[in-house]
Design a protein around this ligand. Sequence first.
Ligand code: FAD
Length: 339
Amino acid sequence: MNNFQYKKEITVTTALEAVNSNENAAFIAGGTNIIDLWKYNITNPELLVDINGIDELRTIQELEDGGVRLGALVKNAATAYHPVIEKKYPLLSKAILAGASAQIRNMATDGGNLLQRTRCYYFYDPDVPCNKRVPGSGCPALNGRNRMHAILGNSEHCIAVFPSDMCVALAALEAVVNVMGPNGSRSIPFAEFHRLPGDMPHLDNTLQQDEMITSIDLPSNHLYKHYTYLKLRDRHSYAFALVSVAAAFEMDGNEIKKARIALGGVAHKPWRNTEAEEFLKGKTATADNFLIAAENVLFGAQGRGENDFKIPLARRAIVRACMMALNPETQRPGAGPSL
Ligand SMILES: Cc1cc2nc3c(=O)[nH]c(=O)nc-3n(C[C@H](O)[C@H](O)[C@H](O)COP(=O)(O)OP(=O)(O)OC[C@H]3O[C@@H](n4cnc5c(N)ncnc54)[C@H](O)[C@@H]3O)c2cc1C
């Protein structure tokens, strides 16, 4: 039995004060990840600061520049089914709905989704070493069971993957994460929010311990006509991605004006390679060109044994997702080109 204190706060300021009053404090939003981590003895906060009473973080707001601001406490389901998101950012709706289960999406918040932790089996087992859980203790996944693990951006310290679906779409949409801390607010471009493991795999992201996510901004774009989120996994529902692809295009006839491709399930952060997107700019939308882009995205990919299959799987998934994105009609279940 772990003793802990619980406080419910109704303003950002008091919640930040509370969390900064104890260095072993944590926020709780939907609770769908932190409670599991607690039960597995991966985390043991002394003070739990409940932020669910902060109403100002619960709104979806259209911005003057045509973008949209998602409050950190908006539920994943509410985001996915919001008419403005369905219309302007259907890629985001599709990615969210590919994740977890209806019940979990009803509880999970948008801010919490960004901060969920890896599903690496070794991370979840406190009886074995794990550099992410106990820095310097080792990484049994390197030469162990690594079927789910990363093929890109690895280090010799960690090959865990970041499991979110929502964040793959947010990476493709170039979202911006707004945070508040004791010294005021700052905005973090999505590409800089999550980290690669390097020699500090215990740090998943660039949020500081004393900061709170307040909202996520979606910039205005024209990526709502040609898009898809393709998630490949062991079971069709309620399973994390082996490989996922968010693909979106702005098209002029069959010519690609703008391309966005992001991958999930392959790295310690959502993986995006802007060189591959640049390559596609001005090109005709063909499977051959998408294959060249896929090779670009996967440049340097390396398996560790059980996860070798992810490299050809990701290559095929990128081509297939790009083809599907051209025609949203192909997104009906079971439809689409089989590559
Ligand atoms: C069985 C299961 C299956 C799942 N499958 C998928 C899946 O397929 N795809 C997928 O993407 N996700 C999946 N998830 C993960 C789920 O999406 C996350 O657990 C959820 O998004 C986390 O949000 P939350 O609000 O519940 O976070 P919490 O559990 O409340 O918090 C998570 C972390 O974020 C911190 N935190 C929360 N809000 C803030 C904030 N505003 N500012 C600063 N810190 C904050 C907390 O302190 C904690 O460290 C699954 C989860 C479960 C349990």
